[in-house]
Write a protein that binds this ligand. Structure first.
Ligand code: G4F
Length: 325
């Protein structure tokens, strides 16, 4: 039985990846930062399933603590390591740049050092981000596109991405980075724009909320389904040769288009409920992200199954179901 260690287990991606790996018969060690509230909602279904919980181990850890990361790798000797832990909110990274950099950049360095010293035979997945393309107007963006990060978060991700390539080349380690474009789901955090919209629409529909405040509606993103994207992560680590891959749908849409699909589906009038709040604009916006997933398709055989409209509707439906339960 293979063992996979996942940092960021309580996040959207960590929870979908745990589901996937448990379904494939892995033993999963999920690393969670201590918080005063429990915050395990996204993995509670694992605890409630006697078959799944047998192969799942939730452990405390922290990307700021080298000794802890070393101890976890010594104790669990993973075959695969998935580094998903992050302060992943771009807007918030402008307010907490140092904390973001500590977790995303230095945290990755600490984990890589532990990995190369303790279990260098393991395979390592790095969660890189399309935010790294930032200001680069060239599109669609591929693995060859120049990185021009435009936020503290993206700068930290770029450092971690470059470091992973450097460790792969310097030490011959099996490290692959997935340059994931925006990926959403009913498990998406409530402050990211897609979930903020679907949750608000459901609450408005149920009479629990009377307005939705948003920032820049013109930004364009390449939005896919997180459940599809964790499959690409796993596929990367099954390759003989490690590499970097763009994971995207190859379609881009404005925030306004997402809003329109959801409100139409909900039977709501945008003009009646949506207001613009200047405070939600970013000091520096990334105007357009559009990925070219050709390499992932050709080399991994990966393709997204869920498309834009279906994604928006399934997220709204899930939020509505959550309220009428
Ligand atoms: O949903 P967002 O906050 O996601 P963003 O900034 O694109 O980043 C997400 O995707 C990245 C992959 O490309 C990840 F690396 C990152 O960790 C994160 O998961 O914002 C999307 C767009 C932005 O242009 C933002 O300005 O929506 C715009 N927006 C408009 N109103 C808003 C809002 N974003 C948020 N969060 N909240 C608003 O009210």
């Amino acid at each position: 039985m293979k063992t996979a260690l996942i940092t960021g287990i309580t996040g959207q991606d960590g929870s979908y990846l745990a589901d996937l790996l448990l379904s494939k018969g892995y033993k999963v060690v999920g690393v969670k930062r201590r918080t005063s509230l429990i915050s395990t909602d996204r993995i509670d279904h694992v605890f409630n399933d006697p078959d799944l919980i047998m192969n799942f181990n939730l452990v405390y850890g922290n990307m700021n603590d080298s000794g802890c990361l070393h101890r976890l790798l010594i104790e669990h000797q993973p075959d695969e390591i998935y580094n998903l832990a992050a302060q992943s909110h771009v807007r918030v990274s402008f307010d907490t740049p140092e904390e973001t950099t500590e977790i995303v950049a230095m945290g990755t360095l600490r984990l890589l050092e532990a990995y190369r010293n303790i279990c260098p035979e393991a395979k390592f997945y790095q969660a890189s981000s399309s935010e790294m393309f930032g200001d680069n107007p060239e599109n669609p963006q591929s693995e060859a596109t120049r990185l021009m990060p435009a936020s503290p978060y993206a700068c930290a991700k770029t450092y971690a991405h470059n470091l992973c390539r450097n460790y792969r080349e310097s030490y011959g380690l099996h490290i692959s980075s997935g340059i994931l474009f925006n990926h959403e789901s009913p498990r998406r955090g409530e402050t990211f724009v897609t979930r903020k919209i679907t949750r608000a629409a459901a609450r408005i529909k149920m009479g629990l909320q009377d307005s939705l405040y948003l920032g820049n509606l013109d930004a364009k993103r390449d939005w896919g389904f997180a459940g599809d994207y964790v499959e690409a992560m796993w596929m990367m680590l099954q390759q003989e040769v490690p590499d970097d891959y763009v994971v995207a749908t190859g379609e881009t849409h404005t925030v306004k288009e997402f809003l329109e699909v959801v409100f139409k589906h909900a039977g709501l009038d945008i003009d009646e409920y949506v207001k613009i709040d200047e405070r939600l604009f970013r000091p520096h916006e990334v105007p357009l992200l559009l990925g070219d997933p050709t390499k992932a398709k050709e080399k991994l055989g990966w393709e997204p199954k869920t498309r834009f409209e279906g994604l928006a509707k399934l997220m709204y439906d899930a939020d509505l179901r959550g309220l009428v339960r």
